[in-house]
Design a protein around this ligand. Structure first.
Ligand code: AQP
Length: 342
């Protein structure tokens, strides 16, 4: 008999490894809010244990975790409707991750492009945690039997690995226990690119601040970054095919479409034949209108760290209660004795 849950349950996480970017917002958080609004059970996590797979200054990590929580709430996540918590407060994630370390194969992890990119040339110097990052991510998801995971395009490979781990566990132990989780990768901004290089994703850890829009940027900073964004001298074409060899231009069109809740083609219908001298100020205006209220609310909420910690603690308690029976059953399936009361 199937033990896998099929009632929809959404899980996703973001690393508190720096400030939130427009990429995180459009690719992930906005989708998180939409799923909350659909009335589905939603868990959203500040994945602080993922963040420490690369060095984090401790005081900065604490601050970034609280800022991320503030960003979630400022963008519309409501702690009474979504479970908001930080990963390290629910030990079931780490406990499940160990089991998955014993299910996943070295070869699977070695093929992960995020590891290759983040470890760079000196792989020997990367932390074991960075290598094992995807097994912890699989644990984050499967310890809740989450059925749907809204993420940006860059996380697709890790989601596929999560399914591989679930399938191998089910196969090895002859059970139908873990669901094969679906990634939810939708919209015009599943991959927001750097403002300096249209072939690289916008990232909070990019050394150049001009490459990204931070959710805490003020109106002047947003406008300046868009004004200075790399583009070309050509006018915008009539169809998206005309942007195939123009990654920077395509990126700005996609960002506009996502912010305006429309399609990239609709943006071209409006701006075809116009140059960036016209398009960029309009994009800046739109970005400021959309982001300024979130930024102001985020700064306000971050001013009360005690309140944020209380919300994270309550969220962690609710999350732990959901994870506990799934972890207990996993231990039982694997043959680990768990007789201490929890
Ligand atoms: N540029 C992006 N476009 C669309 N979605 C994006 N996401 C990140 N960047 C983009 C989505 O945001 C969620 C959280 O990502 P994360 O912080 O856990 O890790 P990441 O993907 O590695 O994000 P960053 O900004 O690049 O962080 P650093 O620099 O610390 O590695 C995910 O759903 C991701 O898809």
């Amino acid at each position: 008999m199937s033990e896998a849950r099929h009632t929809p349950r959404v899980f996703s996480g973001i690393q508190p490894s720096g400030g939130l970017t427009l990429g995180n917002y459009l690719g992930a958080i906005r989708r998180f809010v939409e799923m909350q609004e659909q009335g589905i059970e939603t868990l959203y996590c500040m994945v602080d244990m993922h963040a420490i797979t690369t060095w984090q200054e401790p005081a900065r990590l604490r601050q970034a975790t609280r800022e991320l929580a503030a960003g979630f709430m400022a963008a519309g996540l409501d702690p009474s409707r979504s479970i908001l918590f930080n990963q390290s407060q629910v030990p079931a994630h780490a406990e499940m991750a160990w089991i998955f370390n014993c299910v996943a194969r070295m070869g699977w992890l070695g093929r992960m492009t995020q590891f290759k990119e983040k470890a760079g040339k000196d792989r020997e110097a990367a932390s074991v945690g960075l290598f094992a990052y995807p097994t912890l991510m699989a644990a984050d998801i499967l310890v809740y039997h989450a059925t749907h995971v809204p993420v940006g395009e860059d996380q697709k490979q890790h989601l596929e690995l999560t399914r591989d781990i679930a399938a191998k566990f089910n196969h090895d132990y002859e059970v139908d226990f873990f669901p094969l989780t679906e990634p939810v990768i939708e919209g015009a901004a599943t991959r927001v690119m750097s403002l300096r290089d249209g072939t690289r994703k916008m990232s909070k850890s990019d050394p150049s601040d001009m490459s990204r829009i931070n959710l805490t940027d003020d109106s002047d900073a947003i406008a300046a970054k868009i004004r200075k964004a790399r583009t070309d001298a050509e006018p915008l074409p009539e169809a998206m095919g005309g942007l195939d060899a123009r990654p920077e231009a395509r990126n700005l069109v996609n960002i506009y479409a996502a912010l305006a809740n429309t399609t990239p083609q609709a943006v071209l219908d409006e701006f075809a034949g116009q140059g960036f001298a016209v398009f960029k100020p309009r994009l800046a205006e739109l970005a400021v209108t959309e982001l300024a209220p979130i930024s102001a609310e985020m700064i306000r909420l971050a001013g009360d760290p005690g309140q944020i910690d209380a919300i994270l603690g309550q969220g962690a308690e609710r999350a732990a209660a959901l994870a506990e029976p799934i972890l207990a059953r996993t231990y039982e399936i694997v043959g680990l004795i768990r007789s201490r009361p929890r």
